[in-house]
Design a protein around this ligand. Structure first.
Ligand SMILES: Nc1ncnc2c1ncn2[C@@H]1O[C@H](COP(=O)(O)OP(=O)(O)OP(=O)(O)O)[C@@H](O)[C@H]1O
Length: 298
């Protein structure tokens, strides 16, 4: 559905993203991980037609056979929000502080031609689905987590085929983060999920791309990449993450909520609870494990 070929992003003749190629199938959730400055955001912004001034992209990117690169601004604007949309880390800067959140959700629909009354009704429904029961609130009256839910509602309002998430939960506390990730999994169509948090990737994605120095250095099914990393950089990322090495004994927290994994626990063979039970038995589920299968280091 999304096909990116040899995407290269330059500023002042310097290549910031180099020859990046990947695809996303309908319904697929793909993680894009890598250290700060590796080119994740620029990759996403290229697909959205939102590169900063002085930065340009070459290569090709098509979404449902519609080109996203090298097309006139007006055409990209028509696709943005309707075919592909994005949720950013900081909702306060993306929301209009002077407008009620319900009106902000319906506005993105009317901008794409939905009649006002229908847009209002759909906005209420969508806000309800993301758990925001205050459509007449202004952004500053909501918590950070609620504002991010409003952003998700705005991003999904025109039923895009692809949702790009750039660190959408980094600023949220763990419980709120978990709820937000569950909503993304439940409501979004296909997802490109950018983060440097491997545990978050594990809870959302079934496939992962690893970027380093502007290139994709490794990619594959989540479980394969995380349990058998081929690139030294990926090994380093795993070692530095909260994932524990094979065989570490985990604290057991009785009564914790069972995990939800898109393609089975990706760390089963690193995990002391190396049995299917660790995915289904609440009594065996550690706190971190409960949502992301990350095993706290004791
Ligand atoms: N407007 C710009 N002009 C010049 N260089 C830029 C610009 N924006 C980003 N860069 C550079 O491009 C590289 C990739 O940046 P990018 O924001 O894509 O990284 P990232 O992987 O998303 O990092 P982070 O996780 O910190 O958001 C970095 O070296 C950054 O300094």
């Amino acid at each position: 559905m999304l096909s990116v070929e040899a995407l290269t992003v330059r500023a002042d003749g310097v290549e910031l993203v180099r020859e990046v190629s990947f695809g996303i199938a309908p319904g697929e959730r793909v993680g894009l991980i890598g250290e700060s400055g590796s080119g994740k955001s620029l990759t996403a912004l290229s697909l959205m037609g939102l590169l900063p001034e002085g930065v340009s992209a070459t290569g090709s990117a098509t979404l449902q056979d519609q080109p996203l690169l090298g097309v006139p601004d007006k055409r990209v604007k028509g696709l943005r929000g309707r075919v592909v949309s994005m949720v950013f880390q900081e909702p306060m800067t993306a929301l209009n502080p002077t407008m009620r959140v319900g009106a902000q959700v319906s506005e993105v629909m009317t901008l794409h031609g939905v009649p006002r009354a229908e847009a209002r009704e759909r906005a209420l429904d969508l806000l309800g689905r993301v758990g925001v029961e205050a459509p007449r609130a202004y952004p500053h009256q909501l918590s950070g987590g609620q504002r991010q839910r409003v952003m998700l509602a705005i991003a999904l309002a025109n039923e895009p085929s692809l949702l790009i998430c750039d660190e959408p939960t980094t600023a949220l506390d763990v419980t709120v983060q978990k709820q937000m990730l569950e909503l993304i999994v439940e409501l979004a169509p296909a997802v490109l999920f950018i983060t440097h948090d491997l545990a978050v990737v594990a809870s959302v994605c079934s496939r992962v791309l690893v970027m380093y120095g502007g290139r994709v250095v490794e990619s594959g099914p989540l479980r394969e990449v995380f349990t058998n990393p081929r690139h030294r950089y990926t090994e380093g990322l795993l070692a530095a993450s909260k994932l524990t090495p094979r065989g570490t004994r985990l604290p057991i927290i009785p009564g914790a909520v069972p995990s939800r994994f898109p393609s089975g626990c990706p760390f089963r063979d690193r995990c002391a609870h190396a049995s299917p039970a660790c995915e289904s038995d609440p009594a065996l589920t550690g706190e971190g494990h409960a949502y992301a299968c990350w095993h706290p280091r004791d």
